[in-house]
Design a protein around this ligand. Structure first.
Ligand SMILES: CC(C)(COP(=O)(O)OP(=O)(O)OC[C@H]1O[C@@H](n2cnc3c(N)ncnc32)[C@H](O)[C@@H]1OP(=O)(O)O)[C@@H](O)C(=O)NCCC(=O)NCCS
Length: 194
């Protein structure tokens, strides 16, 4: 599948993963309910859901991430190097964004990272991470949509399970999207940097 696609204004975009994978998702299998109905094909007026692009540095992607956690001063060169590194690990990074096409800004984002395994008959495990919606656009079901789409995507690319980490206040949010706190499982961590 091609990951460089000609967009309508005639410009070529370099996508992190093929937009065909997103377009082929069957949203009938989504886990949440949407009122009013929205989907990956229509997230709302002037909104477009698509894979992260190399040009998204200029669309405020890094500033959006700073609404989630510390990002630091990432230069355009650093962003592009990291993008190319992620893209070279094919079938691993599925960073998905929502763009407001009226302003040309990225207003929502989420990551699916797929780890290849030997266990479960050489299967793969998905991790949903870094879900963020610009505070001006919250409450429009976009956070829910991002998680739902990344979860469907993880199933489509063959993951035997998909997990995420969150604080207590977010458990209800993720529960409505099919995530379950597994009895006896703990999240443990060693931090080497802030
Ligand atoms: C969490 C976040 C992505 C939600 O985005 P959003 O687009 O406003 O969420 P939605 O409109 O899709 O909300 C869907 C549902 O989740 C609930 N919800 C939204 N944010 C919530 C939160 N922070 N805590 C608990 N529930 C929340 C909504 O009330 C809504 O419930 P409903 O379907 O019963 O009406 C957004 O608040 C955000 O970017 N927060 C900062 C970054 C962050 O904390 N990310 C999550 C890291 S684990």
């Amino acid at each position: 599948m091609s990951t460089t696609v000609t967009v309508t204004n005639g410009m070529e975009e370099d996508y992190l993963y093929s937009p065909d994978i997103l377009n082929e998702l069957n949203f009938d299998h989504c886990l949440a309910t949407y009122k009013p109905p929205i989907s990956h094909r229509y997230p709302g007026e002037d909104l477009l859901m698509r894979p992260l692009c190399l040009s998204d540095y200029d669309r405020g992607f890094i500033q959006l991430l700073s609404q989630l956690t510390k990002v630091g001063d990432v230069t355009k060169g650093e962003f592009e190097d990291q993008f190319c590194h992620m893209k070279s690990c094919s079938d691993t990074y599925f960073i998905t964004v929502i763009e407001d096409t009226s302003s040309g800004q990225v207003i929502g984002a989420g990551s699916l990272v797929v780890e290849q395994k030997f266990i479960h008959h050489c299967s793969a495990r998905g991790r949903v991470e870094d879900i963020v919606v610009n505070n001006q656009y919250r409450g429009k079901q976009l956070g829910k949509l991002l998680v739902d789409v990344l979860t469907l995507l993880s199933k489509k690319v063959g993951c035997y399970k998909t997990s995420l980490e969150c604080n207590d206040s977010m458990v209800q949010f993720y529960s409505q999207l099919g995530f379950v706190k597994e009895e006896g499982q703990n999240y443990m961590c060693q931090r080497f940097k802030d």
